[in-house]
Write a protein that binds this ligand. Structure first.
Ligand SMILES: C[S@@+](CC[C@H](N)C(=O)[O-])C[C@H]1O[C@@H](n2cnc3c(N)ncnc32)[C@H](O)[C@@H]1O
Length: 246
């Protein structure tokens, strides 16, 4: 929303500049930036709308896709890396009664999410007794290896600034997953600016990612390359350690 407000402000500024063309034609030069920031504002506005309940509820639908793609043993322990508002962690707990869920996030200033918001959402949704939230970076989780039965992450790995290689986020998430445990990762795995080597992720996780657009119909502008056009989902099971290995 902060980004949207900034672009909307710039659009208004450029529009105001264009109005001054009545005084001098030089002000028509504002038309070029108006086109760029105006288009960006339109994409951001429609994206926020599409993710919201009134615009098709795509944020909820994407989280439900992740939740329903995951199997967790009864009374198991699940982790959400980059939990944001806690929405996915809460849905995980609701879909798997008996499972405890931990959500971690860095909750940096450039995101409008917080631990308090997560805890409040868990309370409102009636799962506060099974969902906890911790401030942690997905680049170096504090949990011991193999401490979760299931791990999910949605649109987070590419955001981890400490990781020059964005597949490191998936590697760290897999580290805390027990052998035989399941994972569902959704990220911009098809965006070569974040994931330049298309073979790296499949080699790491042992499965091929599938475009999100193959799993659900994405309306404009969600299918735009700058929104979710490069989003892919990878699901799998962490293989048990090879015989004889430690
Ligand atoms: C696009 S949001 C996705 C939030 C949530 N997973 C969802 O699907 O609604 C990206 C999230 O990544 C988090 N994030 C950014 N850098 C992080 C880091 N180093 N460790 C953990 N989370 C991080 C942000 O705080 C933000 O909540």
């Amino acid at each position: 929303m902060a980004r949207l407000r900034a672009f909307a402000g710039l659009t208004l500024l450029c529009l105001a500049g264009c109005v001054f063309a009545l005084v001098s034609p030089w002000f028509l030069l504002f038309l070029a930036p108006l086109g760029v920031v105006g288009y960006s504002t339109l994409i951001l506005t429609l994206t926020a709308y599409r993710l919201s309940p009134r615009g098709g509820d795509f944020q909820r639908r994407i989280h439900l896709l992740v939740v329903t793609s995951l199997s967790v043993p009864p009374a198991g322990r699940a982790l959400d890396v980059g939990c944001g508002s806690g929405s996915l962690a809460v849905k995980l707990a609701q879909a798997h009664p008996g499972v405890t869920v931990v959500g971690v996030d860095s909750w940096a200033a450039d995101w409008e999410y917080s631990a308090e918001q997560c805890a409040r959402n868990a309370r409102i949704e009636g799962v506060a007794d099974r969902v906890t939230f911790e401030r942690q970076s997905g680049s170096a989780l504090s949990f011991p290896a193999a401490s979760f039965d299931a791990v999910v992450s949605c649109m987070t790995f590419h955001e981890i600034r400490e990781n020059a290689d964005k597949t490191d986020g998936a590697a760290e998430a897999l580290r805390v997953l027990r052998p035989g445990g399941t994972f569902v990762f959704l990220d911009l795995f098809g965006d070569r600016s974040f994931y330049p080597d298309p073979a790296a992720l499949p080699a790491l996780v042992g499965a091929d990612p599938r475009p999100l657009s193959d799993l659900m119909a994405l309306p404009f502008p969600l299918r735009h390359p700058k929104v979710l056009g490069h989003a892919m989902v990878v699901t799998g099971t962490r293989p048990p350690p090879a015989q004889g290995s430690r």
